[in-house]
Design a protein around this ligand. Structure first.
Ligand code: CTP
Length: 213
């Protein structure tokens, strides 16, 4: 396939605490996978960066897998130049253990630690925003309150072109309700439907004209 290329990220990240435990979140990747299919339907080449998920990737997407935020960051930076758009649907964890253990963190013995030191992970999308050339950047905003205000703040802070805001009830659900804000200064747009329907509407915002070349 020739023509524009979009990079879509999907699913959760994992940050390992020890050999058998990690910090993650309930993302299933369904929205990101639906977006990948929606872009393919519009004739756009898709690179899908997928976290741990049971979903089957669309056959025509080029798929690469990540686990940690740092994996995701490297994959994205490799593919950023020349991409037409990046759609950051992945649920990226904000924290990782400061000192992951090599073996298993047992609960017996003297001096066993009972608290976990965390450090912030890099904000990958903000880094893409700082390095932006002509890429159209779509971020998601997971909010429990003041959706529109927080989405607009993230758009400005991370230098984004479009933000899709939703609440935590979107995790794992088949249906979703989102608020779209962009840089036009116009009012927010509310979309509701299955994740596949909402994904098609978002893809049409990014590429209003399907690519047939
Ligand atoms: N994101 C990212 N790197 C991070 C955290 C988030 O690239 N370390 C991306 C997400 O993929 C999403 C957007 O930034 O597209 C917003 O993520 P969200 O979790 O809503 O917000 P945060 O930026 O983490 O801010 P806060 O937790 O304070 O709401």
């Amino acid at each position: 396939m020739a023509g524009p290329r979009v990079v879509v990220t999907a699913g959760p990240t994992r940050e390992w605490i020890d050999a058998v435990r990690f910090i993650s979140n309930p993302s299933t990747g369904r929205m990101g996978f639906a977006l990948a299919r929606a872009f393919l339907e519009r004739g756009v080449r898709v690179e899908l960066l997928a976290g741990p998920t049971h979903l089957e990737a669309p056959a025509r997407a080029q798929v690469a897998r990540f686990e940690t935020v740092e994996d995701l960051r490297r994959l994205l930076l490799d593919r950023y130049e020349g991409a037409c758009a990046v759609v950051m649907a992945a649920a990226v964890g904000d924290w990782r253990p400061a000192h992951p253990m090599e073996g298993k963190w047992g609960k017996r013995g003297a001096g066993v630690a009972t608290s976990l030191d965390l450090v912030a992970t890099p904000d990958v999308l903000a880094e893409l925003g700082r390095r932006k050339a002509a890429q159209f950047l779509v971020g998601f905003a997971l909010e429990t309150e003041r959706l529109e205000e927080r989405a607009r703040a993230k758009m400005a802070e991370k230098n984004l072109d479009l933000v899709v805001a939703n609440g935590p009830e979107a995790f794992g659900a088949g249906h979703t309700e989102v608020l779209l804000v962009d840089r036009s200064g116009g009012p927010a747009e509310r979309l509701a439907g299955t994740k596949e329907e909402v994904a098609r509407a978002i893809a049409a915002r990014v590429f209003p004209t399907p690519f047939t070349g």
